[in-house]
Design a protein around this ligand. Structure first.
Ligand code: IMP
Ligand code: MG
Length: 180
């Protein structure tokens, strides 16, 4: 375990099993269709690549980068830093997110992508932290529901660090100070 972590909350094996299940559900639900996976950078990278390998359908992949966070606290202000490359008109779009916390980022994404007239639009998140929800958004696919802890690893960062860890862990208070 990384020295900056208090504990591991989700092991690599648990991640693998959970993502396999999600991939199976998605493959069933969208059978016969092509799914457009819209990853929210940068947190989605490890999750999206493992999830995609567990989806037995044709897929397209595109990405957006938004900013809503600085450090460990949500500002609630969302900006598009990088937009989709392709049109999603008439596509079955699945947003791939690392974690839904306040829900403000996903609320913005849903509103924004809806205006582009996709055939369907759903959210798939690796982690759900429902205790701090401020926007009531529909989440179709959730990998794991967690308590209100600041977590890193498997794509999730604190000030850019820890994304490469193969597990999800809770960050120590001391690391939050040092890595600020
Ligand atoms: P929301 O708009 O509050 O739902 O925030 C969503 C974004 O905040 C996620 O995409 C993450 O990038 C970031 N975030 C929220 N909670 C955590 C956490 O515990 N660790 C790392 N990033 C987080
Ligand atoms: Mg994110």
């Amino acid at each position: 375990m990384h020295k900056d972590l208090k504990e591991i909350l989700i092991s690599p094996e648990e991640l693998e099993a959970g993502i396999k299940k999600l991939g199976g559900r998605i493959s069933k639900d969208y059978a016969g269709r092509c799914v457009t996976l819209v990853g929210v950078l940068k947190g989605c990278i490890l999750f999206m690549s493992d999830l995609a390998k567990n989806i037995s359908l044709d897929t397209r992949m595109d990405f957006m980068m938004l900013s809503s966070y600085s450090g460990a606290h949500s500002t609630g202000v969302v900006r598009i830093l990088l937009d989709l490359k392709e049109s999603i008109e008439d596509c079955d779009v699945l947003i791939i997110e690392d974690i839904v916390d306040s829900g403000l980022t996903m609320e913005y994404m849903l509103q924004n992508l809806k205006t582009r007239r996709p055939r369907s639009l759903e959210i798939c998140t690796l982690l759900d932290k429902p205790t701090r929800r401020r926007a009531n958004i529909p989440i179709k696919y959730t990998g794991f529901t967690i308590e209100d802890k600041f977590v890193v690893g498997y794509g999730l960062d604190y000030n850019g660090i820890y994304r490469n860890l193969p597990y999800i862990g809770e960050l120590k208070e001391s690391a939050i100070e040092i890595r600020k």
